[in-house]
Design a protein around this ligand. Structure first.
Ligand SMILES: *Cc1c(COP(=O)(O)O)cnc(C)c1O
Length: 251
């Protein structure tokens, strides 16, 4: 298992070495693209956080990336997060949970991440709040919105969002910090842009309502294929995996 290698053996593992080199090159071009999208949109580069989506990426490569400028990572699965956690050179303050989270896995995740981006039901929110209170912390979350309607499978329908946010705002162990979405994959870039701009409208709309215990600081949208479009439409977190680490290898 490459993930268990010590620093010395990493240097002699050609696969890891290659992945680190690839990361460095990719990181440069992704950073340039983010900067130029910000420039086009009239936004400051500091307004957009780059989250490295690290599912399937060995910890040795993640740690290399963290040593070379990555400040925020996102993991998808509770089990993978737990397996990697002890070896990561980035701790809870730099880790988001971005995958579908089952309620029976919540206690494994709470405390290991500074934000859970994928809150898609009141039931899940209640579990996160409960486990957070048991650990004496408040967990920041984003509400995951199903912006593409029926075409995308997870997330809260936008019509139900306000009501659900109101319910979540009552929970003591949770602080809502914004919205997240994974829009349906589309070849049509107009449809893509429309989903992102609908998300932004929703984000601004809710921000304007000034609900207690709900703040709209972060809008997480855009992945490897479409992060520049997402930035143009107002994303403040882009979640990028394969454009940084290459195609995912599932073992
Ligand atoms: C894997 C993943 C990403 C990154 O996907 P890429 O297309 O590789 O950039 C972003 N968000 C979520 C929720 C993911 O699971």
């Amino acid at each position: 298992m490459t993930e268990k290698l010590s620093n010395d053996s990493i240097l002699s593992d050609p696969d890891i070495r290659q992945r680190c080199r690839d990361f460095e090159r990719n990181f440069e071009s992704v950073s340039r693209n983010i900067e130029s999208a910000c420039q086009k949109a009239g936004r400051k580069p500091d307004d957009v956080l780059l989250l490295a989506a690290t599912k399937t990426v060995p910890t040795a490569v993640i740690n290399y990336a963290v040593g070379h400028g990555i400040k925020l990572i996102g993991e998808n699965r509770a089990q993978e997060l737990c397996e990697k956690y002890g070896d990561l050179k980035i701790k809870a303050g730099g880790i988001h949970f971005i995958g579908t989270l089952q309620t029976n896995k919540v206690s494994q995740v709470v405390g290991k991440v500074c934000m859970i981006e994928s809150v898609n039901s009141l039931k899940l929110a209640r579990f996160i709040s409960q486990k957070s209170m048991e650990k004496g912390i408040v967990t920041d979350v984003l509400a995951e919105v199903n912006i593409g309607g029926e075409a995308s499978k997870t997330g809260i329908d936008s019509e139900n969002l306000c009501e659900l946010l109101y319910e979540i705002s009552q929970l003591k162990g949770i602080s809502v910090r914004g919205l997240m979405t994974i829009p349906p994959i589309s070849e049509n870039s107009d449809a893509n842009r429309r989903n992102f701009s609908n998300m932004y409208d929703l984000f601004i709309d809710i921000r304007g309502k000034k609900m207690d215990n709900i703040s709209m600081d972060f809008l997480s949208m855009g992945m490897s294929q479409d992060y520049c479009e997402a930035i143009m439409e107002g994303a403040s977190i882009v979640r990028i995996g394969s454009a940084l680490f290459g195609a995912r290898k599932y073992n």
